[in-house]
Design a protein around this ligand. Structure first.
Ligand SMILES: Nc1ncnc2c1ncn2[C@@H]1O[C@H](COP(=O)(O)OP(=O)(O)OP(=O)(O)O)[C@@H](O)[C@H]1O
Ligand code: SF4
Ligand SMILES: [Mg+2]
Length: 319
């Protein structure tokens, strides 16, 4: 359904100041699959996602690789085509629901509009479909809530509305960037369970971006860990949580998420600047397993797009 191959995205492309911020990222997604993307702030998660749907700043552009979505090469798609796909086949969920919602239209009007913009459906059918979808994401009394405005919902309910809108036109792909980060843990886990059910029912594939690896346990089917713009490990979730191979993944697993950020108490230092990367492995300055070789050569990616890591001295397969 989605195949991303050696994607490179750069800041100031073609100039002397070009800095690659997404560095040769490859993965694929099948219908109904949930792929979690995790990494510290600045690791390139959002830029990778925005590259897929052409939401990059003017000074940032894709400079390598390919993105194939349902057989169509998105890296070559025109802006108008991308806009069409975004409202229809691909949906986005951001951290702040107010960005997605129109403050002066009722939730019902927005939902009916979103349906009718892409489907031939009578107003009555669209309304029924909207109510059903609101109920599906856990909005109580959805019929009466149709006439409410965004500001009349709590934060958690508002994000549920945004999720309902994302699923309205049964997209093939949903990209969620820190979609539940602002919500408390109980509400987060309710919403994740609803999303899991909806992905299964509708066959939508989900790219779920978070800085909190623990959130993905029991939710994602596969996990991709990013560091300094690269994929440093990718694996089926059970396998990654059971036996991480990359030392950075192991460090993330012991990290404690605090107030929307991950504090890596067990790990010294910060990720390197992309404009000034260390010569060998990007993680070497912080890695407890680093050997002299790690600062001399860049470790190649071992494996394929479903299971692999980028490390000369990976952890044992069975702990
Ligand atoms: N508009 C921009 N202009 C210049 N550099 C940018 C811009 N947006 C992102 N970057 C740089 O690209 C790199 C990747 O950023 P990105 O936003 O993708 O990280 P992230 O993993 O999503 O982080 P976070 O968890 O904080 O959202 C960072 O080094 C960042 O400074
Ligand atoms: S290549 Fe070396 S420095 Fe990099 S993660 Fe592996 S052990 Fe650590
Ligand atoms: Mg981000």
């Amino acid at each position: 359904m989605l195949k991303v191959d050696n994607l490179v995205t750069s800041l100031h492309p073609g100039s002397r100041d070009q800095v690659d911020i997404v560095r040769s990222v490859s993965f694929s997604l099948e219908p109904g699959q949930i792929l979690g993307v995790v990494g510290e702030s600045g690791s390139g998660k959002s830029m990778m996602a925005y590259s897929l749907i052409d939401l990059l700043d003017r000074k940032i552009a894709i400079t390598g690789g390919s993105i194939v979505f349902n057989g169509e090469d998105l890296s070559a798609a025109k802006q108008a085509r991308m806009r069409e796909l975004r409202g229809n086949r691909i949906a986005m969920i951001f951290q702040d629901p107010m960005v997605a919602l129109n403050p002066v239209l009722t939730i019902g009007e927005q939902m009916i509009e979103a349906i009718q913009a892409h489907r031939r459906m009578s107003r009555r059918d669209a309304e029924a479909h909207a109510i059903k979808t609101l109920a599906r994401v856990g909005i109580p009394s959805p019929e009466s809530r149709m006439s409410a405005y965004a500001h009349e919902f709590s934060g958690g309910m508002r994000q549920r509305v945004v999720i309902a809108i994302a699923f309205l036109n049964e997209p093939d792909l949903i990209i969620a960037d820190e979609a539940t980060t602002a919500l408390d843990v109980t509400i987060q886990s309710q919403i994740l369970a609803e999303i899991q059910g909806l992905a299964e029912e509708t066959g939508a594939a989900i790219l779920w971006i978070t800085h909190d690896l623990s959130l993905l346990s029991g939710f994602a089917d596969a996990v991709m860990v990013m560091y300094a713009g690269q994929v440093i490990e990718i694996a089926p979730a059970d396998r990654l949580f059971g036996a991480p191979r990359h030392p950075y993944t192991a460090a993330l697993m012991r990290a404690v998420p605090v107030a929307g950020r991950t504090r890596l108490e067990n790990l010294e230092g910060v990720p390197p600047s992309l404009a000034d990367l260390p010569p060998g492995c990007a993680f070497a300055p912080r890695c407890p397993r680093a050997q002299p070789r790690c600062s001399q050569n860049v470790p190649p990616f071992e494996g394929d797009t479903t299971l692999g890591w980028r490390c000369f001295f990976p952890l044992e397969e069975t702990p």
